[in-house]
Design a protein around this ligand. Structure first.
Ligand code: ZN
Length: 206
């Protein structure tokens, strides 16, 4: 039977990192190590985890700043979407899976905030990076952002998931640190049904 360890860690600046592991094999992945890695390292050492992967939901520095420290300390491999810049050991695309013992992490490509944005689906939990926040979605007005791609990611990909899937974002911007797809579909204004044209105009993009 699969038994998963899952921990959300909040950093200053409202970034979230996540630790996922198989409790029996102790294989672990760190998602988005941010500027402050102390709390992550403490958990890994306390639990005696074997960190196999560092996974970045996209290549913005507040999600990758801790990569080098985690990799050099635990000899992990850096995983990112194939178009991500940087020293990545493993390139992934939509539908790929990463295994930690019996724990299976599925990659969903969800561009919009950046072209290399991915969400990670693991045991009924979706790690959404800067694609979907609680009550909000990621900015699309930064360099390489695309409101059109965000529309497709939110309204054609994430809305297809079961309502019960839990949402764990890359920043603590909402009223709660996590939510569900069903709750976001009901209450998040960015996930309401609308045309692409309406979506683009309300995202403030040209
Ligand atoms: Zn970002």
């Amino acid at each position: 039977m699969m038994c998963m360890f899952f921990k959300q860690i909040k950093h200053r600046g409202d970034n979230f990192s996540y630790i996922i592991a198989d409790e029996s094999t102790k294989e672990a992945a760190i998602i988005d190590p941010s500027f402050n890695t102390e709390a992550i390292i403490r958990v890994v050492e306390n639990e005696d985890f074997d960190v196999k992967y560092v996974v970045n939901t996209h290549s913005h520095v507040d999600h990758t700043a801790g990569n080098e420290e985690i990799v050099s300390k635990f000899k992990a491999k850096i995983v990112a979407y194939k178009s991500a810049k940087g020293n990545n050991d493993i390139s992934v695309v939509d539908g790929d899976v990463l295994k930690l013992g019996a724990v299976i992490i599925k990659v969903m490509h969800t561009p919009g905030h950046t072209p290399d944005s991915i969400c990670l689906l693991v045991d009924g939990k979706l790690l959404t990076g800067d694609t979907l926040f609680i009550g909000e979605c990621g900015r699309t007005d930064l360099p390489d952002g695309s409101a059109e791609e965000m529309y497709d990611s939110l309204l054609h990909k994430l809305t297809m998931l079961e309502d019960s899937v839990e949402v764990y974002p890359g920043h603590d911007y909402g009223s709660t640190p996590h939510s569900t797809i069903g709750m976001e579909k009901r209450t998040n204004y960015t996930m309401q049904k609308r045309s692409l044209r309406e979506f683009i105009s309300f995202m403030g993009a040209a």
